[in-house]
Ligand binder design. Sequence first.
Ligand code: NAP
Length: 498
Amino acid sequence: MVPQFDAVIVGAGFGGIGAAIELDRLGLRDFVILEREDDLGGTWHVNRYPGLAVDIASVTYSYSFEPNPHWSRLFAPGAELKDYAAHVADKYGLRTRMRFGTVVDGARWDEQDQLWVVSIAGGETLTARYLLTATGFLSQPYTPPFPGIESFAGKIIHTTDWDADYDLTGRKAAVIGTGATAVQLVPEVAARVAELTVFQRTPIWVVPKVDAPIPGVVQELFARVPLAQKAARLVNTGMLEALMVIGVLHYRQAEPLNSAAALLAKAHLFAQVRDRETRAALTPHYDFGCKRPTFSNQYFPTFNQPHVRLETHAIDHVEPDGIVTADGHKTEIDTLLLATGFNLWDVNFPAIEIVGREGVNLGKFWRDNRFQAYEGITVPKFPNFLSLNSPYSYSGLSYFTTIEAQMKHMGRLFTELFRRGERTFEVTERANAEFLDRMTEKLGSSVFYGGDCATSRSYYFDPHGEATLLRPTSTAAAHREAVSFPLDDYTYGRGAGR
Ligand code: NAP
């Protein structure tokens, strides 16, 4: 049987767009990108809450081969990221190969015909030689099952489903959650509502944000002399890399640097919050880096405002007109804003059902064994499948460094496949096991295992208690390996069909 497409890509965010550009470059032009939302952009299409901005400097949070000299700020607002995604997709002719509003239920490897059969909600199936999932890490919104939440009579908004028409003016609002999203949202909400209660379960490390508008003259310089923007990117990426590699991954060897980051965050808090009790409540009791820290100059001062209150008692239940905490206190509200993040491990690894060779189910394999993927991209028994959001794929820094390393891995793999005149590839059990051992060993030096992460409730840890979300190497090492991995880490085959 001849497959309908060279490839199916699931997800039209930056990961899917990068993979599509690479497939085009490799000559695999007959692909389709399936996207459940009604437009492209992934995270930057779905998230539209007030205050949304990138928190990795924009010179770095973009494709290195497609610099944008026109970012308005060092940390661009979310809408600019969405525009940038649209610009890149149009420039590379991808939009016509995207199908929106298309929910993929699952995909199954057809051993006889050596192709992937992709099932779409509603009953349609597509076939493709190669399958790439670019379904993101933070793409399945999470709403905790608070008892009574269904009885709430006011307005409930999750940050991934923002209702821009809902007027917050004069409301009695609650924000539940104090992750990176809440840190951006809370100051914006506080500026509009009459009363705001922020429900915190675990405080977050917040460091100062060095942000400013990028003057027109600098934008012009970046446009005229791309090397200048490249240099800015290099400096910024180098700084992030040093922080991550030394402070987080080499925690055991460089604990003082990690402590210095925590000290900076504590000094920031001390300078910005007057009330001692509030300060104490906002101070994390786990090591810096156990969970993703964030940047803000507005978040902490919000708690000095008389109409803003930090609530640290656990939520017991929700009533039609308020939230009752475990101490019996009821906070009356009419607006409930859920900054409760995403479900990574239960429903996102993988985001759709994937069944490979010998009927192996990827989600079950990961749960019954350990979460693993060779170089964060391929798994034994899953031929012709690239899982872009895998354990060990994300560097933890700019997501674009991950995307571009994966594009390089694709380039090396497909070039070898074509050189051999073959059509199928599959990573070997040996290569996968060796990679897993190496990553596990490296994690031993990291803050995740060497530090105190007990109270962090960090999504970096999988349900087995292993910190498998992030790749514990520098991004430089990831890029080096992407262009030099041993070619016999894969087996190659003829397959069938075209
Ligand atoms: P998150 O970091 O997972 O935070 C979710 C929050 O909801 C946490 O404070 C969590 O508390 C709380 N929560 C969950 N269940 C709860 C419950 N049952 N009771 C009370 N509180 C509960 O999600 P997020 O803030 O949306 O951020 C996710 C990630 O998105 C970030 O880490 C970051 O990588 C990314 N992000 C990036 C940007 C940016 O670049 N501009 C902005 C926003 C987000 P616990 O901590 O106790 O679980």
